[in-house]
Write a protein that binds this ligand. Structure first.
Ligand SMILES: *Cc1c(COP(=O)(O)O)cnc(C)c1O
Length: 373
């Protein structure tokens, strides 16, 4: 199709090219380059954490964060961490790689975030942490999480891969937990192709993160006491990410305008639109999701196919983690039903939401979505 509108179109209209040229002109292309350090320092300060550590992507950021937590706090194999059931596999996968057990909590039907009223019943003597993931532009309702963490002495891990610059009350997402992670994948608020960051205010945690992400080099270089990974981010990626960070507030403002526009033009369709505002946050529409009403006679998959036939690229919502075939194979699932996330997958999808989308593109998306019904 000639004029296909992809689900994401990044916008690289700031200093990206200039900074990339700087890397090439100076020869600083590896992780030792200055953009890596600038991004670590400035993005973590902006977010409200003392330290940042750049890595290759948002998934390995979680791997390193969880391993550092397990080591610093002395968690045992088999200890449990609460995770949302409606999220990306990277979260639970990191726990499994670290011999920890993910405990899945169903989603809240309107905000699509973890239903924090269902966390407490999942806490056992083995629970060590709650991992929250801010979903699609709206933060998790954190007050309940803070209270439970205090009551049961649990750590908080925050996956803020979709929430750069977003705020929960007066706190920044990624800045209100023991450790947090970000992704800089091409569709995120800060996009450099592939990239990620871990943030914390704990010196012990950041030391471990930096150790694991860099092959566990010791003071005697090439002498190793542990096995690590090479998760380092190159200065080339950091150059693009830094330019994107410089215009983060502007990008978020535009996302909010795009979200408000879709809200206005799609109101009254037989689908639930994203929650615009809650008591603790305003949606910044990382992506614009729709959940088809139960009386609509087609499901999300069929809707996405119809839209694809009209040249509109969409993405399904997350598949419920408790139903992941790989987790069943590994014997990790339980028999508890999570009906909300099951329904979100069945009925939900998101429409083109990238910053590079033109108004004409958005008009076409709206027209085709409306004509579905
Ligand atoms: C994108 C994303 C990740 C993974 O990041 P990658 O950079 O793609 O590995 C993790 N968690 C959430 C919530 C995400 O949206």
């Amino acid at each position: 199709m000639s004029d296909f509108i992809p689900v994401n179109t990044p916008l690289l209209d700031g200093n990206e090219k200039r900074y990339l040229n700087e890397c090439i002109d100076t020869g600083w292309i590896s992780s030792e380059g200055p953009f890596v350090k600038k991004l670590e320092k400035e993005f973590s300060a902006y977010t409200g954490q003392k330290y940042g550590s750049c890595v290759a992507n948002g998934s390995v950021a979680i791997d390193a964060a969880v391993r550092a937590m397990k080591s610093v706090y002395g968690w045992a194999d088999g200890d449990e961490v609460i995770v949302p059931n409606f999220t990306i596999i990277s979260t639970a996968q990191s726990l499994i790689y670290n011999n920890l057990k993910p405990i899945f909590v169903d989603a809240e039907p309107l905000t699509w975030n973890m239903d924090t009223s269902k966390i407490e019943e999942m806490i056992t003597p083995k629970t060590r942490a709650i991992m929250v993931v801010h979903i699609y532009g709206l933060p998790t309702d954190m007050d309940k999480v803070f209270a439970l963490a205090k009551k049961y002495n649990l750590k908080i891990i925050e996956d803020a891969a979709q929430a750069h610059g977003q705020t929960y009350r007066d706190k920044k997402c990624g800045g209100m937990s023991d450790i947090s992670t970000f992704s800089f994948y091409a569709n995120k608020h800060i996009a450099c192709g592939e990239g990620g960051m871990i943030m914390t205010s704990s010196e012990d945690l950041i030391e471990k993160v930096n150790y694991y992400k860099n092959l566990c080099f010791s003071k005697d270089r090439f002498v190793h006491y542990d096995l690590g990974w090479n998760f380092r981010m190159s200065n080339l990626q950091a150059a693009v990410a830094y330019a994107q960070f410089e215009k983060l507030e502007k990008s978020i403002q535009k996302k909010k305008e795009m979200g408000a526009w879709y809200q206005e033009l799609l109101k009254n369709i037989p689908a639930q639109l994203p929650v615009h505002k809650t008591a603790y946050a305003e949606n910044n529409y990382w992506v614009f999701g729709l959940v088809l009403n139960d009386d609509v006679r087609f499901n999300a998959k069929e809707a996405m196919q119809k839209l694809a036939d009209k040249g509109i690229g969409c993405r399904p919502f997350f598949y419920p983690l408790n139903e992941q075939p790989v987790f069943k194979k590994l014997g990790i699932s339980d028999n508890i039903k999570r009906p909300v996330s099951a329904r979100l997958y069945e009925r939900g999808f998101y429409i083109p939401s990238g910053l590079g989308l033109s108004e004409a593109d958005m008009d076409r998306v709206v027209k085709e979505v409306r004509s579905l019904f």
